[in-house]
Design a protein around this ligand. Sequence first.
Ligand SMILES: Cc1cc2nc3c(=O)[nH]c(=O)nc-3n(C[C@H](O)[C@H](O)[C@H](O)COP(=O)(O)O)c2cc1C
Length: 293
Amino acid sequence: MSDSTITYNQAITGIIGRRFSCRHYDPRPIEPGLRDQLSEMLSASSTGPLGTRMRFELVSAGDGDLTALKGLGTYGFIKGASGFIIGAVGQGEYNMEDYACLLERAVLFATDIGLGTCWLGGTFRKSGFSRKISLKETEILPAAVAVGYVADKPRWFDSYMRRRAGSDNRLPWAELFFDGTFRTPLSTDTAGPFVTPLEMIRLGPSASNKQPWRVIRDGTQWHFYVQRTSGYGRRNTTLFHLADMQRIDMGIAMCHFELTLREMGLSGQWIHAQPGIEKPDELTEYIVTWQGK
Ligand SMILES: Cc1cc2nc3c(=O)[nH]c(=O)nc-3n(C[C@H](O)[C@H](O)[C@H](O)COP(=O)(O)O)c2cc1C
C-alpha cells in the first residue's frame, strides 16, 4: 500500500494514542488552511491497499455559513460537528476493508492537525449524506466520519456514550493475538518489534467497541481474522441496512498495523494466503495476511 502521499507531523503511535471518538464539538468552522489540507489529503486517497477504488469528500461549514451541513443529520448523537468526511466505494471483495483503511488514514491525519473525529456507521441519515457525494447506483457509502474542533468540556452525554460503548475498555492481548495456533496467546514478551504495531491495533476504534480483530503469527506472516459478534452483523445488515461494520473494523486494524510498521522501518505487503490454521469457532473468518520481509 502506498502511503507516500500522506505526511504526518507527529509519530503515528502518538496520533493513534490521542485519537478518541469525539461526540461533542465546538461548532466553529474548521479554519480554511486545515480544511484545504484535509481535502487535499482526501483527494489523493483513491485506491485501497487491496486495490479497491473509491472517492472521499470533506463537507464542511464555511464562516457563518452552515448550508453545507444541511441534511447531514446524526440523530442527535453528534453535537456541533462542523464537518463530515463522506466516501463512496463500489463493489469488490475487499471494498469494506479498503474503504476503512483509507478513511482511518484520514482520521489520523485530522487528529494530527488537531481536530476531533468520530466514525459513524449507523447514526447518520444515509439519504442526506448520499446526496452530498452524489452516490451512484453502483456505489455504497459504508460509513462517514464527523470532524471538527473538540469542545472544551465533554458533556455528560459524551461520558454516557463512552460508558455505554465501553470505549475505554480494550480486550486483553490474550484474546486478540495468537502465536501459531489460536490456542496459544501471543505475549508482549515474545512478539518482539511487533508489540507496538499490535498494540496500535488494540487502541483502534471499532463499531460498538466490539474489537473483532484477531491476529495470528505464522513465521513471517501475520494472518488477520475477524471474529464476528454473534447476531451483530446480520441484525445490522438486514434490519438496519448497514454496511458490514466488522469488516470496516478490520480495515482500521490494517491501517494502524501498517502505518506503525512503516514508521518503524519494517516493510512487507498485504497478500491473500489463507492458512490451514484451525479456527476457534464458526464466527471467526480469515480476511488477509501481512507478509513481512
Ligand atoms: C465502523 C465504526 C462505526 C461506528 N459508528 C458509530 C456511530 O454510528 N455512532 C457513534 O457514536 N460512534 C460510532 N463509532 C465509534 C465507536 O463506538 C468507538 O470507536 C468505540 O466505542 C471505541 O471508542 P474510541 O473510538 O473512543 O476509542 C463507530 C466506530 C467504528 C469503527
